[in-house]
Structures are given as structure tokens and as C-alpha cells.
Design a protein around this ligand. Structure first.
Ligand code: IPD
Ligand code: CA
Ligand code: CA
Length: 276
């Protein structure tokens, strides 16, 4: 039995969005935006305020729990290594996922949160702020969009699939080959927002996503959401994805059969073990 009230947590995310994110949408001042590792890797005052708020309030919901977030880790104030210790209860925050879209005035951004207990993702939340849609998942208890249970029923053939991929973080020497392989799918593009890509797969609008560079705040929430909606998520080495994993890649699919078909298409002729 869960001791967390998922609706209460969703309410907290909505309050954060209303207080710190929405008022700045298309209203960001220059001094509220900064680049991190490069010009596309941005942080805004909204990211910082949401993360700071969640850092204050989440520990009260689970005594002894610890909060880590993308921005605290980026500043070097928090330790991602805590995820290697299964005795710790850890909240993982992506305060604004799709920051580049948010800054550019596009619609695809959201707040993401996961709660890891005994080394596994037990709960996750994705809040699509402009769509006012709460995606909530609990391990073994299902996935929901605004209270409606999600069950993926569409299983399309590869030529009919919509796939999400951002080549930027892929090993350089296989980027072109993977680009060629992706032409087997109906369409493939990046939304530059993991929150929206995962939620589209969980609701059957998209079928597949291929990821490299596994930052836990980008992938733990959506992976649980898709799995609980009946989809299939596994690493490039075909093993289960856990909060301890960092840099290998992921395939996210609407079911195990689609996952297998995609794996064979994408990695045909590539010795994937070299990249794990
Ligand atoms: C980004 C998004 C995007 C992915 C990038 C992430 P951020 O998150 O999830 O989909 O391609 O790798 O950095 O930085 O906007 O939270
Ligand atoms: Ca992110
Ligand atoms: Ca972020």
C-alpha cells in the first residue's frame, strides 16, 4: 500500500506551474534565462523556482526522503550517486522538461517527478502544463491521465509508427546508420520534450521512442508511465531500465512485440554491445 497520495503530489505540481511557470510563458525576461552546457541547454528562473519549491515540500510527504533535481545536480549541489543506494527514498525532479520549448514559446514542456523507493521507481508524475493534463503512474497500480486509466491498445506495423528520436546524443559513428534505419518507420521526429514524448506513447498517439544519454529526471517518470499503460521499455542491452542506470540507451515502445521489431530494425548491422 502506498503512503503517498498521488493526487496531492499532482496538486503540488500544478501549484508550482501556476506560480512559477505559467506567468513566465512568453514573458521571460533576458536575465531569467541562462545557458548551461551549450546554447540549447537552458535553465530559466522557472526551472530554479519549481525545483526549490519541490525541494522544500516533498520531504515532508515521506519522512527521511531526499530530493534531487536536474538543476541542483547541474550546479553540483546534489549527488546523483544517491540513486545507487537502494536504502534511500529519493524524489527526482525535472522542474521544467522541454525548457528550450518553454523559452521559445512552444507548447511542449512540463514538470516531471519520480519517486524511487527500495531502488525502484514506485511513483511518477508528468504535468503537461498548457494541456492541464496530469499523468500519474504507480508501480503495479496502473497509469492515468486526469483520472482516466491508460491502456495502450494500438499496435501498428513499423511503416505506420510514429517514432521520437533526437540524434544529438547518439554515438557519432552510428548516427547516420540509425538515421537511415529510422526511415523504416512512418515518421520520426523529436518534440524536444521527454514529458510529451512519453505521454504520447502512453496514450497511443505515438508508438516508439529511441533515447541515448539517460538522465534519470528525463526518463524515470515516463518509463513507469508507459510500462503501467501496458507499453514496454528496455535498454539497448535488452535489460530492464532501473534508477541506477545512466548512460546506455533506451527503446520505449507500445508493446514488447513492437519493441522487438524496432530493436531489430534500428540496430541491424550495429554491434550495439560496443556502445553500452
Ligand atoms: C530535455 C528534453 C528533451 C531531450 C533533452 C533533454 P530539459 O530536457 O527532455 O526531450 O532531448 O535531452 O535535456 O533539459 O528541457 O529538461
Ligand atoms: Ca528534461
Ligand atoms: Ca529540465
Amino acid at each position: 500500500m502506498s503512503v503517498i497520495d498521488p493526487q496531492h503530489v499532482a496538486q503540488i505540481l500544478e501549484e508550482c506551474a501556476n506560480k512559477y511557470v505559467l506567468p513566465r510563458y512568453k514573458q521571460l525576461q533576458e536575465h531569467e534565462i541562462a545557458a548551461k552546457s551549450g546554447p540549447r541547454d537552458l535553465v530559466t528562473q522557472a526551472d530554479i523556482d519549481v525545483e526549490a519549491h519541490l525541494e522544500r515540500v516533498l520531504p515532508d510527504l515521506l519522512p527521511g526522503s531526499i530530493v534531487i533535481g536536474e538543476e541542483g545536480i547541474s550546479r553540483g549541489d546534489m549527488d546523483i550517486g544517491i540513486l545507487q543506494d537502494p536504502s534511500q527514498t529519493v524524489w527526482i525532479v525535472d522542474p521544467v522538461d522541454g525548457t528550450h520549448n518553454f523559452v521559445s514559446g512552444r507548447r511542449e514542456f512540463g514538470i516531471m517527478l519520480a519517486c524511487v523507493i527500495e531502488g525502484e521507481t514506485r511513483h511518477s508524475w508528468i504535468y503537461d502544463i498548457l494541456g492541464d493534463a496530469h499523468y500519474i503512474a504507480e508501480k503495479g497500480e496502473g497509469a492515468y491521465r486526469n483520472g482516466e486509466k491508460l491502456e495502450i491498445t494500438e499496435h501498428r506495423a513499423p511503416a505506420e509508427m510514429t517514432a521520437h528520436i533526437n540524434y544529438r546524443y547518439f554515438p557519432r559513428d552510428i548516427q547516420e546508420q540509425i538515421r537511415g534505419a529510422m526511415s523504416a518507420f512512418g515518421e520520426s521526429y523529436s518534440l524536444s520534450c521527454a514529458a510529451h514524448e512519453y505521454s504520447r506513447i502512453a496514450t497511443g498517439q505515438s508508438d516508439l521512442a529511441l533515447y541515448s544519454r539517460l538522465k534519470p529526471w528525463d526518463h524515470l517518470p515516463g518509463a513507469l508511465l508507459v510500462q503501467e499503460a501496458g507499453g514496454y521499455v528496455a535498454k539497448w542491452d535488452e535489460r530492464a531500465y532501473t534508477p541506477r542506470d545512466d548512460y546506455a540507451g533506451l527503446i520505449v515502445a507500445s508493446c514488447e512485440e513492437s519493441w522487438r521489431k524496432a530493436f531489430n530494425i534500428i540496430f541491424q548491422g550495429i554491434d550495439i554491445k560496443k556502445y553500452l
